[in-house]
Design a protein around this ligand. Structure first.
Ligand code: F6P
Length: 519
């Protein structure tokens, strides 16, 4: 195995950095990160003010909350005045590696001088330090309330997808007591349907990334709903594309015909929206991905997650499809060990999301989280929640977290970094790695100034050549000024279409690196 010098200071091309005042990194460090940090102060302040007087530890918690607020305020001051980085002072397991990287690569650097990637990762690790230095707030997620808000505002899309996936369109006959099959089950049982479902679910999974909090400075819930309406328009085929193949159940035919007409109308609209959406995918390797996936049987898929809430929900929809279609019999979800980039998934968020689906089904009329929904919608959410919980209980789905994902290191180093060896030894058993979102993309391509026409496989370094790295794909909506794999002329064309095409989240890439099937 070749050894690679581990040096985030010298990426293959000039690193993106806040030192370039025209860069998105500069704009992010200058104006967006201080807002994100300030909202943490607000959240902690609100939380400790709401602590009940009956809490026997209220005094200690109040004292520590003030300590956190002071530390976060100091962090914002350092950020805004480009103060030098300082070593971390907590005692988390990764503190040694972080401080070694600081000493080795950025001994006298600062927020606007270091690489954007290092500065931004260091910021979130410093946020964690402020909580880790306390006794009663050490496991507190200052972003959880925002994650909940955006997920709650996603209700329409969450429910619509559940109903379309789970609506029993083929009642088993009472006599043989067969279970009703959900439309997704029926869909994946038909080869064509599987391919059709694959391409549509890939798009749902891709666009679910558009609604992340680090981009939405103030989660404008109307904007979240609009973004998700677009995702919905790429939703999986409605029951009508399946119902027509079913024996008619005892539903009133008129009602069924009306539904089919309505679904077909929605389908046509969805298809045209889907086509419109597809044009916004500037590099689309989903065909190549399908060539790989369709050969998989009972394989293992690793999904390196991005945002909680709606994006996680559509990741689970995609993972469910991979299981039902028989392509995979195991999915490993990689979450973050600490609060990260505002809305990234932690293990708690993963189980919490599945639990909300149960609750929607268990509480008649309304659920503690979602607004009141009708019995059909409740049943669809409940069925989905039960199905997903059964995957977790059976070990078909496992969620894990490793410090590597919240380190400063780009992913080229995954096979070589000593502290990531246990992670890599496990992940190399996978048949397909799926990286979700913008930050994972930036770490895949080393967050540096590649020409946009550079082939994706060239930009991921060892991950496209290392013999033990499987095929991988990235589903990414563009939110940073590094994009690779584009055909000649696309960048120039996009510069005339929308000046902010690289960072708006409006455009996306699906980039695939195929590896020969493993021996
Ligand atoms: O949640 P995602 O898709 O990884 O997006 C996070 C991205 O948002 C930003 O914070 C701002 O674009 C980037 O720094 C980061 O890569």
């Amino acid at each position: 195995m070749s050894t690679v010098t581990i040096d985030p200071l010298h990426p293959p091309r000039k690193a993106l950095s806040g030192s370039d005042t025209k860069s998105f990194g500069y704009a992010t460090i200058q104006s967006r990160l201080p807002v994100i940090v300030s909202k943490i102060v607000d959240d902690v302040y609100r939380t400790y003010h709401n602590l009940p007087d009956s809490d026997p530890l209220k005094e200690q918690k109040d004292k520590e909350a003030k300590q956190i607020i002071e530390a976060i305020g100091g962090l914002r001051y350092e950020l805004q005045r480009d103060k030098p980085f300082r070593p971390l002072q907590d005692n988390l397991p990764d503190v040694g590696e972080w401080n070694q990287a600081l000493a080795d690569y950025y001994p006298s650097s600062s927020w606007f001088k270091a690489s954007w990637l290092f500065a931004e990762c260091y910021l979130y690790r410093r946020i964690k330090e402020a909580f880790a230095l306390t006794q009663y707030w050490c496991d507190y997620d200052p972003f959880f309330s925002q994650k909940q808000t955006v997920f709650k505002s996603s209700q329409k899309a969450v429910v619509a997808i559940a109903v379309r996936l789970m609506s029993p369109t083929n009642k088993g006959s009472e006599r043989d007591g067969s279970q009703s099959l959900s439309s997704l089950d029926i869909l994946v049982s038909q080869a064509v349907g599987t391919e059709q479902a694959f391409f549509e679910l890939v798009q749902i999974c891709l666009w679910g990334n558009a609604t992340d909090l680090s981009l939405l400075d103030n989660p404008d819930l109307a904007k979240v709903e609009e973004l998700q309406r677009r995702v919905m328009m790429g939703s999986s085929p409605s029951p009508s594309s399946v119902a027509s193949s079913n024996n008619s159940s005892n539903i009133n035919l008129d009602k069924q015909n009306q539904e089919q007409v309505q679904n077909r109308r929605e389908d046509d609209h969805a298809t045209s929206e889907l086509e419109k959406h597809a044009e916004k995918i500037l590099q689309n390797d989903s065909d190549l991905l399908w060539e790989k996936v369709k050969t998989m049987r009972n394989g293992r898929v690793d999904i390196i997650l991005d945002n909680a809430g709606f994006e996680l929900y559509v990741d689970l929809v995609f993972a469910d499809y991979m299981i039902r279609a028989g392509f995979a019999s195991k999915v490993v979800f990689h979450a973050k060990r600490i609060p990260w980039f505002v809305s990234d998934v932690m293990p708690f968020d993963f189980q919490w999301a599945i639990d909300q689906l149960h609750k929607a089904g268990e509480t008649a009329g309304s659920s503690p989280f979602f607004d009141p929904i009708d019995p059909i919608e409740q049943q669809a959410l409940k069925d989905l929640g039960h199905k997903w919980q059964s995957y977790v209980d059976q070990g078909v789905w496992t969620v894990t977290s490793h410090d590597f994902w919240t380190s400063c290191y780009p992913f080229h180093h995954l096979p070589f970094l000593p502290s990531a060896q246990n992670l890599f030894q496990d992940m190399k058993q996978s048949d397909l790695w799926i990286f979700k979102g913008d930050l994972n993309y930036r770490k895949l391509v080393y967050d540096c100034q590649w020409p946009t026409t550079t082939p994706f496989k060239e930009t991921i370094g060892s991950l496209s050549s290392h013999e033990e790295v499987p095929s991988l794909v990235t589903f990414r909506t563009c939110k940073a000024d590094v994009v690779v794999g584009l055909k000649a002329g696309v960048e120039e064309k996009m510069n005339n279409v929308a000046k902010d095409w690289m960072v708006s989240g409006e455009y996306a890439v699906i980039s695939f690196s195929n590896r020969d099937s493993k021996p």
